[in-house]
Design a protein around this ligand. Structure first.
Ligand SMILES: Nc1ncnc2c1ncn2[C@@H]1O[C@H](COP(=O)(O)OP(=O)(O)OP(=O)(O)O)[C@@H](O)[C@H]1O
Ligand SMILES: [Mg+2]
Length: 299
């Protein structure tokens, strides 16, 4: 009732209830560029006038804030402990992107008791951000935590590189999400490629194994991003690469991917933040039968 009333208030206030499209960015293998993509894509979308919220959901590892050189004082754990509200923990990054630095409180998020779950959803209900997108930076692998976030999102972007282990791990991740969570649609970004054709080749390989072994999975290639030596330098300098090298190939390709995301938007009325967290908590309550571990995938 409460969130219904809140939505109605929003409709009366601005004529529409804006519901963010929730997109998770995930990978089987670690270190393939998820956080770099999340941060820089969020900034690109924001520079096109979109309101973007980034959820740093990489368990125990602060990522997004470190990449941008901004330090959170409080995390979602403080919200759960009733010490502050969501508004108090949200950080502001380049181009006005907002960031929830959930990483250091997220373990608790998976172990909430029912009253804490309600207080989290209520806290989110009062967080009136009016976002177009919430982009979730998940950890790597197929742990339950990663799966909750993916299963609660409307769109799952799998990031892979041309390394064989990255491709087999991407397949393992897709397989778990298909078999245990019933998810059939995925997007793909191939990062760190030496040529566009290398990216296309990875997409073909992955599509082939998905078709062969999973049958009904649709994998949409969003695009590839070239290897760019300025990216690690930007990370060391704690700066977003879209701001440092805006005319570079990597930025242009990422901008095309951001355009594609907009063109193929999957926003729906069920895409608000409360819905996302409810779904995540529900997935957790239901429990799943797969073991949470990292694998080098076998077909
Ligand atoms: N296109 C690229 N060209 C060159 N280096 C890149 C590129 N993309 C990412 N990197 C480098 O790869 C490293 C890993 O990137 P990043 O931290 O974004 O990966 P991740 O998938 O978030 O890792 P983790 O799984 O540990 O969270 C960083 O040092 C980054 O600079
Ligand atoms: Mg990361």
């Amino acid at each position: 009732m409460k969130d219904q009333a809140h939505t109605l208030r929003k409709i009366f206030k601005d004529g529409t209830a804006r519901t963010p499209e929730v997109i998770s960015v995930t990978s089987g293998k670690g270190g393939v560029g998820k956080t770099s993509i999340v941060v820089n894509m969020a900034i690109l979308l924001a520079s096109k006038g979109k309101k973007v919220l980034v959820l740093d959901a990489d368990l125990g590892l602060a990522n997004v804030d470190v990449m941008l050189g901004i330090a959170p004082r409080l995390t979602i754990k403080h919200v759960l402990d009733g010490e502050c509200s969501i508004d108090d923990i949200v950080l502001t990054g380049p181009s006005g992107i907002r960031i929830i630095p959930a990483s250091s409180g997220i373990q608790e998020l998976a172990d909430l008791n029912p009253s804490q779950q309600i207080s989290l959803v209520n806290a989110l209900d009062h967080f009136d951000g009016d976002f177009d997108y919430m982009i979730v930076d998940t950890g790597a692998g197929i742990s339950r935590n990663v799966m909750y976030f993916n299963a609660a999102s409307q769109r799952i972007i799998v990031v892979a590189t041309a390394e064989p282990t990255s491709i087999t791990d991407a397949y393992a991740l897709i397989k778990v999400l298909r078999k245990h969570y019933g998810i059939k649609r995925f997007d793909l970004i191939v990062n760190n490629v030496t040529s566009k054709s290398e990216g296309d080749h990875v997409a073909e390989k992955l599509t082939l194994v998905c078709d062969r072994f999973l049958g009904d999975v649709a994998l949409e290639m969003l695009g590839s991003i070239p290897h760019d030596k300025s990216i690690p330098e930007c990370i060391k300098a704690q700066k977003a690469f879209v701001g440092v090298n805006p005319n570079g190939d990597a930025v242009k390709r990422l901008a095309r991917i951001a355009d594609r995301l907009e063109e193929t938007s999957r926003a729906s009325t069920s895409g608000n933040l409360q819905f996302f967290f409810r779904k995540m908590l529900l997935n957790q309550a239901k429990g799943t039968s797969h073991a949470g571990y990292r694998v080098h995938g076998t077909y």
